[in-house]
Design a protein. Structure first.
Length: 133
């Protein structure tokens, strides 16, 4: 689904978005743990069974991760970086496409940036900024 977000709309869905994003972060950590265990199961004295079972567990975890990512992005929110904790919400300002920007740890949308800029180009949203959709 695609839609432009107003600041009000983005902040309204932010609590659920944060929960879903945290689920993604947790799932990524689980995948990294499974990968590590899988690599350790390849030593010469190990049985192929352990490796195959870990690989199946990894495949299942990765599939679940992509499903949750798809669920989140189907709301219109874009994951910019799981590692850096960055989400963007498409919006408009003076008839130009922009991103409303959220960073992990923030409790509301307070920043925006041009569509071709990243986190470094974040600008604070003025409370009276009626130019944002």
């Amino acid at each position: 689904m695609f839609s432009y977000f107003t600041i009000k709309d983005a902040n309204k869905i932010l609590p659920n978005t944060i929960k879903k994003f945290q689920e993604i972060v947790d799932m990524k950590k689980t995948i990294e743990k499974i990968q590590s265990e899988m690599e350790m199961s390849l030593h010469p004295s190990s049985d192929f069974k352990d490796y195959v079972l870990q690989k199946q567990k990894l495949n299942s975890a990765v599939s679940k991760l992509y499903k949750v990512i798809e669920e989140l992005e189907n709301t219109g929110v874009i994951i910019k970086s799981v590692d850096d904790g960055l989400l963007d919400f498409p919006s408009r300002r003076f008839n130009e496409d922009i991103w409303l920007c959220w960073k992990e740890g923030e409790t509301e949308i307070k920043f925006w940036h041009e569509k071709n800029e990243g986190f470094g180009g974040r600008k604070p949203i003025s409370v009276s900024d009626e130019s944002l959709v």
